[in-house]
Design a protein around this ligand. Structure first.
Ligand SMILES: CC(C)(COP(=O)(O)OP(=O)(O)OC[C@H]1O[C@@H](n2cnc3c(N)ncnc32)[C@H](O)[C@@H]1OP(=O)(O)O)[C@@H](O)C(=O)NCCC(=O)NCCS
Length: 177
């Protein structure tokens, strides 16, 4: 498995794959911002917006590839506010169902932490659906729970779900990351 931070050109060339991974995850019930029915076209529109943010250097787009094929992805939003140069947020950790349970999600999150340290972003924040695979993964990686928001969003089937907010403080002097 290889993990890299990709540019807009690479991302655009792989629009089909990004779109397919998101559609597949939403169809499988992942709570990642969309409800069913969720079309390939809607997915492409979402990704094109992400690719623009990548070009603006507002977001970093990470990809895990296996034999050249994208298996998973995650984004790091570099908070642009003048009073938040130390902060970043994690968006859309997605691993294609064919590749789940092999450590790709974990590897993507560790790569995000390494890059955040490199960019002196010491405070990371994310939210995820309560009771989901993401929550387990973040707890395993020592993310600290901030709190639970009831009825934060709908799952793809329209059912209200709560979210858990997590934070992680990174030690910028830690060379081990
Ligand atoms: C959440 C998600 C990203 C996790 O990705 P993943 O690649 O499956 O994650 P990992 O493989 O690192 O970890 C998942 C499990 O596999 C296990 N695992 C990791 N490597 C393994 C290996 N080599 N062999 C067997 N099991 C392994 C982990 O211990 C973990 O087990 P646990 O969940 O019981 O604690 C993935 O399930 C997904 O895309 N879900 C839908 C989208 C979503 O909900 N994203 C989160 C939004 S915030």
């Amino acid at each position: 498995m290889e993990i890299s931070i990709v540019d807009r050109a690479y991302a655009a060339q792989n629009l089909d794959r990004f779109a397919a991974i998101l559609v597949q995850n939403v169809e499988d019930g992942a709570v990642v911002g969309f409800v069913l029915p969720f079309t390939r076209e809607q997915s492409e529109t979402y990704w094109k917006g992400v690719f623009s943010a990548v070009a603006e250097q507002e977001r970093l787009l990470f990809c895990a590839t296996i034999d050249g094929q994208i298996a998973g992805t995650v984004q790091l939003y570099l908070s642009p506010e003048p009073n938040a140069p130390h902060r970043a947020e994690i968006f859309k950790l997605l691993v294609h169902r064919d590749f789940q349970g092999r450590g790709i999600g974990t590897a993507l999150m560790l790569a995000v932490e390494t890059e955040a340290v490199r960019r002196a972003r010491s405070l990371l924040i994310l939210d995820t659906v309560l009771g989901g695979a993401g929550e387990r993964l973040y707890r395993r990686l020592d993310w600290q729970e901030i709190g639970i928001v009831p009825h934060h969003f709908l799952d793809p089937f329209g059912v209200p779900r709560a979210s858990v907010y997590f934070m992680k403080l990174l030690d910028l002097s830690n060379d081990d990351l």
